[in-house]
Design a protein around this ligand. Structure first.
Ligand SMILES: *Cc1c(COP(=O)(O)O)cnc(C)c1O
Length: 265
């Protein structure tokens, strides 16, 4: 009985490992308990994967503490190209429980090196995709010299987050700078950083709304990402803060908005 594959799966999913001999003894004991269920003929049972014909949809309410207890906390990222979070044709663009376990070991590995999250890259070009389990935004002066807010397009490698959509919609309504869904490679970002064209970067998702980024480790180098040049003590850039304030204002009903649904008792 070869348990190496099971052990390898545990390692990949950052699950505790087990003792092979002990597991074999346990299986033997279990078979003795279940002896009556073992068919006497061959090929009598089938086990397979198929669509569910019944499912329950759960709505779970629970209070949560503030995400940033002491104001924003900008995060340091490590760019990951040896692991892939999502790929075209996969399930990475859907909220599937099975997408999360594979990201834990890469997360543990970067955490050991002192980084808060993975910056997920894709393909030989090192396309930026997402940060941890958040969508990614870059606010920069693009190569054409235009002020632009960019997030990667929904090509199958990106979860189409509600927060991502809200940020794109708000930014387009404000109409103050270009708003693009387009691919950006890590080399393009590094070039923009060298030329001091990057204004700020942040992750976006329901839990934090926005999460400012202060550093990206890529191919042996830590690249500092600007936060707020006007306030060196600040942990978030002006645009990042503005998205946080606006979305929170809408969530708390302070800013009347079609996205807020008022529940009347
Ligand atoms: C949930 C999630 C997001 C953010 O989606 P929201 O709808 O904004 O919360 C982004 N990326 C991944 C991989 C996610 O699982």
């Amino acid at each position: 009985m070869n348990m190496n594959r099971l052990l390898r799966s545990c390692q990949r999913l950052a699950l505790p490992e087990f003792d092979k001999a002990q597991l074999l003894e346990s299986i033997k004991k279990l078979l003795l308990v279940d002896e009556r269920w073992i068919p006497s003929e061959r090929d009598t049972e089938s086990l397979g994967v198929g669509p569910s014909n019944q499912a329950k949809i759960f709505v779970i309410n629970c209070p949560v503490g503030p995400y940033y207890k002491t104001g924003f906390a900008a995060v340091s990222l490590a760019a990951t190209s040896n692991y892939v979070r999502a790929w075209p044709g996969g399930t990475g663009d859907a909220k599937v429980g099975g997408n999360y376990a594979p990201g834990i070991r890469p997360q543990v590995e970067v955490a050991q090196k002192g980084y808060a999250q993975n910056l997920w890259l894709f393909g030989e070009e090192d396309f930026l995709t997402e940060v941890g389990t958040m969508n990614l935004f870059v606010f920069w002066k693009n190569a054409e010299g235009e002020l632009e807010l960019v997030t990667p397009p929904l090509d199958g490698t990106i979860l189409p987050g509600v927060t991502r959509d809200s940020i794109l919609t708000l930014a387009k309504q404000w109409g103050e700078f270009k708003v693009s869904e387009k691919k950006v490679t890590m080399p393009q970002l590094v070039e923009a950083l060298k030329e001091k064209r990057v204004v700020e970067m942040f992750g976006a998702g329901t839990a934090a709304i926005v999460s400012p980024i202060k550093n990206i480790f890529y191919k042996g180098t830590d690249w500092a990402i600007p936060l707020d040049p006007k306030d060196p003590s600040s942990q978030a850039g002006a645009l990042t803060k503005r998205f946080a304030d606006t979305i929170m204002g809408i969530q708390y009903g302070e800013i009347p908005h079609e996205w807020s649904v008022v529940v009347k008792p």
